[in-house]
Design a binder for this molecule. Structure first.
Ligand code: ADP
Ligand code: MG
Length: 256
């Protein structure tokens, strides 16, 4: 598991989910899901394609509405917030989308400045520059500030994506398949960065991944979705040591 875990505060759930249901027409995706994410913790969510992992983090970020159940983020019930309150809560949540979703026609600097327009009161030019420079330094890309996304490698784009979510200093990070499509070495660099981010920014994170190397290196706890619920939850060893069929399949297909 993680090499240098920060303190996890088990008295303080930054995300608390109870009895969560979400369907699309006749497709039942989440069916009675419960989850606690504690302050300082990294939880890794595993599950087959289509099992509802991305839907789950979109619900946490208030981008989708639950059919039933409650989601509390930083003590607030997401579903009950006014649009303005939800907007404020979203500032506390960094969402790294699948793919990096950078704006291709903007430079790295412009991509990073974009979220800062949400800052109120507005930042001065000097403050914006300092904020951009700080996050770029922290993801090791200060020299690429004036490049276009097309000039960056897959791993560098991912770093800029992470920098963009960090620029508003979120309390919670939601990573959707952060190492997908990256070669093993770049992937390992991103894993290191995720753990560094946790240390530097004191975030709590939900990390969706199919990559068990990433799961093992970043997760304090793993949770496996089967049939719309978490069927297994615990340390890497606890999830994979048992005879659970879905967990076994996951393990076997990762390490053949
Ligand atoms: P994954 O675990 O691969 O991330 P998702 O959470 O993206 O899966 O999706 C779970 C299921 O819900 C999939 O079958 C997907 O097609 C469906 N789904 C997700 N979002 C929507 C939507 N906005 N409208 C209709 N169906 C959706
Ligand atoms: Mg997904």
């Amino acid at each position: 598991m993680r090499k240098s875990p920060v303190d996890i505060d088990k008295q303080n759930a930054v995300v608390r989910i109870r009895g969560l249901y979400k369907s699309f027409d006749t497709l039942d995706v989440l069916m009675g899901m419960d989850l606690d994410l504690y302050k300082g913790e990294n939880i890794v969510v595993l599950g087959r394609s289509g099992s509802g992992k991305s839907v789950l983090i979109k619900l946490i970020a208030g981008l989708l509405k639950p059919d039933k159940g409650t989601i509390r983020v930083a003590g607030e019930e997401v579903d009950r917030l006014s649009p303005k309150e939800l907007q404020e809560l979203r500032l506390k949540i960094g969402f790294l989308y699948q793919g990096s979703a950078l704006y291709d026609s903007m430079t790295v600097r412009e991509n990073l400045e974009f979220p800062l327009v949400r800052n109120s009161p507005p930042l001065t030019r000097k403050e914006r520059d300092a904020a951009v420079y700080e996050v770029l330094e922290n993801v090791g890309l200060a020299q690429s500030i004036d490049k276009m996304p097309a000039e960056l490698s897959g791993g560098q784009k991912k770093r800029v994506g992470i920098a963009r979510t960090l620029i508003l200093h979120p309390d919670i990070m939601l990573y959707d398949e952060p190492t997908a499509g990256l070669d093993p070495i770049t992937s390992s660099d991103i894993i290191t960065l995720i753990n560094e981010v946790q240390q530097k920014y004191q975030t709590s994170s939900v990390i969706i991944t199919h990559d068990l190397t990433c799961a093992k290196a970043t997760g304090d706890r793993l949770a496996l979705i089967t049939d719309g619920k978490f069927s297994r939850e615990g340390s890497f060893e606890e999830v994979f040591r048992t005879g659970d069929t879905e967990a076994k399949k996951f393990y076997d297909y990762n390490f053949i």
